[in-house]
Design a protein around this ligand. Structure first.
Ligand code: CTP
Length: 399
């Protein structure tokens, strides 16, 4: 449902029994990150209370043209411009008729007439009203006007008669809206897992083994994948960066913790991009008190090898899943990268060389070469957000 994040949606509710389902629809839209403004007809309020709707949406519910005691005017015009989509659910026979004929005698229809966004209706009524030539004619008019009809299902109706007229289930209405906002976004419906940042391997409570990774490249990739419509999980080592918009960010510290989170999410992912600079070694023995210079007199730390996360994922990879790795090299970059591509069972590897000025750790820019089994593409030095776009584009072409 991540295409709904940040979208402005008008939820129009008219007076039908199915109005109780609008509460679930409202909850789903809000949960998916949409900002929802409810507009309800006077009859709608007979079925569901504005208090419930305003608590769930976090916005006052609009029903009247004016607030009676203050005279405050509710602007259907600015509401119509604000919205990215309008959904009328339930849309009764009467509301559909008013919409089809421009009868602007309530806030819902007035808002519809002022809206510049795509409008969806989910009809709900008794089977005979649904089958009536008037309703058929009104729906045809609305369809011709560009309104998208979410067809009602057949089933038992409020009248206990069985037939067509049951409002589509809220989950399906939310999915229609989500798909609508995902159109034209090539990663819509795909799940992407990204690792980013360094890992810290504790020596004692105040010291660790780590590296200079800032996480910028991985965060930019996660943000770009989300922008292209993917559902993104970012497993991040310690960084100073804010969670990217529209991404589920999981913070971990050590390579072991990163491995656990990655394995927990990989089976469910279509694409995994291993961008983290995982510490290759961890101290063999964690000391649970601060090591003292005089007293402990340490001159070496015994190390153990950390798990190779990308290689572990490579072993789990099923046909259809795409695994992308990174390689930060100082010499013989392409040869080392090709060897890692094969050894870790990757589909693609992004190489950056510390030999290139402006590339690698800590910088805002990077210069990469993207290598797959049968292709090598060189890119110029760019802002890391632009590099992320190039990498995501390579993955989309690979799909
Ligand atoms: N990687 C990983 N887990 C590790 C080490 C690396 O998942 N323990 C991943 C990185 O995220 C990257 C790729 O493997 O996608 C290559 O990382 P790199 O550090 O270049 O490779 P290493 O296998 O550690 O090889 P070396 O350090 O010898 O160059």
């Amino acid at each position: 449902m991540n295409n709904l994040k940040g979208k402005h949606i008008i939820l129009g509710i008219s007076g039908g029994i199915a109005a109780y389902k609008s509460v679930t629809l409202l909850r789903l839209l809000v949960k998916a990150g949409a900002e929802v403004q409810v507009v309800i007809t006077p009859n709608g309020k007979e079925f569901i209370t504005p208090v419930t709707l305003s608590s769930l949406s976090g916005n006052p519910v609009i029903s009247d043209f004016f607030t009676a005691n203050t005279g405050e005017w509710h602007s259907h015009v600015s509401l119509g411009i604000w919205a990215d989509a309008m959904i009328v659910a339930p849309a009764t026979a009467s509301t559909l008729a008013k919409m089809a004929n421009g009868v602007a005698d309530n806030m819902l229809v007035t808002t519809y007439l002022s809206s510049r966004c795509p409008v969806f209706v989910a009809p709900a009524m008794d089977l005979d009203m649904m089958a009536h030539p008037t309703t058929t004619r009104n729906l045809a008019t609305l369809r011709a006007d560009g309104v998208r009809i979410i067809e009602p299902a057949a089933g038992e109706l409020a009248s206990h008669l069985v037939g067509r007229g049951r409002m589509e289930e809220p989950e399906n209405i939310a999915a229609v809206l989500n798909d609508f906002f995902g159109e034209g976004r090539p990663l819509a419906g795909r799940k992407v897992l990204v690792t980013a940042g360094p890992t810290y391997e504790r020596i004692d409570p105040v010291r660790f083994i780590g590296n200079f990774s800032t996480g910028k490249m991985g965060y930019a990739i996660a943000a770009e994948a989300a922008k292209q419509g993917a559902e993104v999980v970012l497993v991040s080592g310690p960084t100073a960066l804010a969670d990217p918009e529209g991404v589920t960010t999981i913070r971990i510290e050590s390579a072991r913790q990163m491995l656990d989170e990655v394995l927990a999410h990989f089976a469910d992912s279509d694409i995994a991009v291993m961008c983290a600079a995982v510490a290759d070694y961890a101290p063999a023995n964690y000391v649970d008190r601060k090591i003292k210079r005089e007293h402990d007199d340490v001159d070496s730390i015994a190390l153990v090898k950390n798990p190779d996360i990308a290689a572990s994922v490579g072993k789990e990879k099923k046909p259809g899943q795409i695994l992308v790795g990174f390689a930060l090299e100082t010499d013989n970059a392409e040869a080392h990268a090709r060897e890692k591509l094969a050894r870790k069972n990757l589909d693609m590897i992004v190489v950056n060389s510390l030999a290139d000025a402006g590339a690698g750790f800590g910088t805002d820019t990077n210069k990469v070469t993207v290598i797959s089994r049968d292709k090598t593409e060189d890119f110029a030095l760019k802002d890391k957000r632009e590099v992320a776009k190039d990498i995501i584009d390579c993955i989309i072409r690979y799909l």
